[in-house]
Design a protein around this ligand. Sequence first.
Ligand SMILES: Cc1cc2nc3c(=O)[nH]c(=O)nc-3n(C[C@H](O)[C@H](O)[C@H](O)COP(=O)(O)OP(=O)(O)OC[C@H]3O[C@@H](n4cnc5c(N)ncnc54)[C@H](O)[C@@H]3O)c2cc1C
Length: 386
Amino acid sequence: MPSVVISGAGAAGLAAAWWLARAGWRVTVVERAPDLRTGGYMMSLSGPGHAAATRMGLVPKLEPLAYTVKENVYRDRRGREVLRLRFHDIVEGLDYLVMRRTDLIAALRADLPDSVDIRLATTIADVEDGVDGAHVRLSDGSALDADLILLADGMRSALRSRLFAPDAACLKPLGYRFAVYELKDRLGLGSDFVSYAEPGHIAEYYTLAEGRVAALHVWHSRQTGPVPAAERWRLLDEVCARSHPAVHAQLAAAREDGAVPLVDDLALVDMPRWSKGRVLLLGDAAHCLTLISGQGAGMALTSAAILADALGRAAVPEALAEHEARLRPSIARLQDRSRKMAGMFVPRSPVAFELRNLFMRHVPRKWIGRYFVNAVNAEILAAKGG
Ligand SMILES: Cc1cc2nc3c(=O)[nH]c(=O)nc-3n(C[C@H](O)[C@H](O)[C@H](O)COP(=O)(O)OP(=O)(O)OC[C@H]3O[C@@H](n4cnc5c(N)ncnc54)[C@H](O)[C@@H]3O)c2cc1C
């Protein structure tokens, strides 16, 4: 029985575990966190990601967990409405689901066969790759032989920097940072988003189940790199110094609730090769796309399905080469979209901010919808090899 060790129990790692366990592989997943409940931000699954979830039979399990989004109302620093976008106009005709990352991860985990060995609070300590197989030492002291090792441990994969290249060579920051956190709902938005937008910064809020609200900030930043937990609220205070009072109220309320924001760079992961011997980078560890293009979780599901198909036809080295050849063109297009769209999502200067708002107010909604839907449909065709 072939065996695989997967580092990281996010969308990429769990989807790969699902496919390979069903194909008869012995699967061990190691996850650094003590549980899988982190990162409850809102995300949408459409295009190839929705198609991959459909192939996995996941969609009926995700639908009851999905949210309805009606409108995103953009307000400026003074609370004046500057824009109003109906979600329906943008995704018209597409299959999509809007859900929390936590719910996607829980659904993927619940669907894994019992044979999958998941080890929480565990990491890969060392990898020795040889001609006949790899030897993996885990932080819990155990050792495993493996035919394949998947590094699905996210944008800041520690093993990638040890086995492939340092972060400085792989991470390409877009000049923005983001923060996400949850708090008790004091806004009463129903099914609408509200966004407070200003030059160089946007704060978005959306109602979750059980009386909670998800908050997202994206801001222009020259600084890069991880921000220690103790400094994150101070940083957000600085970022929001000139924001609408409602933003300050939400920051204060979240602190009072004891939330800890997740803060990171909006950075692409750009690797010349995704595999080395029997080790393959998967998901954000290989090709983080950022929230600007979206589709990161969707492409993680797609990538796992492509890998399983390739491994069903060929030996490990050929299958890894085929997986990369099939996925790369879509990743290149999505990363290009992230680079181009970041300034449109958060214009940096007051002039760019006014121009963006003017453009978005006057451009026919059908055009925005068509741009988005065509881009997503192109990726569906590409994933099918069409
Ligand atoms: C705010 C926001 C909004 C987004 N919106 C969308 C969207 O609308 N649609 C979409 O498709 N995508 C979206 N994305 C992107 C999407 O969330 C990611 O692309 C996707 O989650 C990547 O999955 P992954 O499994 O590759 O990595 P991750 O989700 O980062 O999972 C990596 C896992 O590895 C674990 N880990 C880390 N280090 C180690 C280690 N050394 N050993 C073992 N385990 C380790 C981590 O704890 C984690 O569980 C969004 C992202 C953000 C931040």
